[in-house]
Ligand binder design. Sequence first.
Ligand code: PLP
Length: 385
Amino acid sequence: MSMSFDFDTIYNRRDSDSLKWSRYRERDVIPMWVADMDFRSPAPILEALYRRVEHGIFGYASVPPELVQVVVARMWERYRWEIDPAWLVWLPGVVPALNVVCQAYGAEGDEVVTFTPVYPPFLSGPPRRGKTLRTIPLWRQDDLYTFDTERFESEITPRSKILLLCNPHNPVGRRYERQEIARIADICLSHDLLICSDEIHCDLVLDGGAHVPTATLGPEVAARTITLMAPSKTFNIPGLNCAFAVIPNAELRTRFKKVREGTVPGTNVLGFTACLAAYRDGEPWRQALIDYLRANKEVLRDFVRREFPGLSMDDVQATYLAWIDVRSLNLPKPARYFEEFGVALFDGKQFGGEGFVRLNFGCPRSLLVEALNRLRLAVQSTGRD
Ligand SMILES: Cc1ncc(COP(=O)(O)O)c(C=O)c1O
């Protein structure tokens, strides 16, 4: 049986309580900033939610046992990672988990290290939780961003306690290879750093390669790694608040749970329902989504190459986010400039990457093309008053 899925229909999200769209309710601006997609979730998720709503009682949630089995099986099938159900800690989001990690381990003033540019909560979390942030810029090799391992190691001090790692990396779209992560993990081992590995985009690999969870590099690495995952990006359900951490080390897990208690709310009962349906029944849709996103990425890259000679964007190996270098335009506030032309992008400055913008291409192709035409006008209009 062949299945077809619709990613082309444009739905009106302006009046749907959407963070991404409500900002521009009264304006003709295509929002491509926040990382959610403009696609409906797959039918099995919607059906599971209808059934759950029909039950009519929405008390405090406990994780469905089948979901635990499905996650354990998934880790084995995809990564040959054998996880114990006891290692799973359920959460309403990955960002709360990043904050719990920053608070739970190390003393006041200890350092949290991360590679920039990076998703803004990696930068705001540590200082909010009493830690000092140390940023190491990614560097470029063969037209791709990668870790500057020498600089990473040389900047580690006795107060460095935690590495926040983003893989696949938002915003640069890298899916790191095993040897790249292995070198980072080795350095963390020899300097006794805990690794918090945010792998929320792991099911959105577009380049056909394999995602390698940090914790699968070996038992020593697993013992110091907290892995964060969620169905939210892939199946477009971030508003349902369901994510999880995998924490093999019992001591780290206890500490994590203690700090979570009382500050982080429980997981959303509908989030559990959606997560189970997504992981159990959403695979055909996910495969089709990957094909669609890959084609969108090609449309975007071709357009940037053809129409914007001074600008550049790397291949997006994973995620539906493009990181575009607009430094040659010399715009003091790039995102604000493009917004005037009807496209809302994230300004790179918030990621620690001034002169760049991040574009979310998780939308119907016709909307992407319309946005690109607006961006062309914007680029052509630079330097003119
Ligand atoms: C790397 C990364 N982590 C976490 C999140 C958001 O996590 P959550 O919505 O589960 O808090 C995002 C969303 O864009 C992200 O890109």
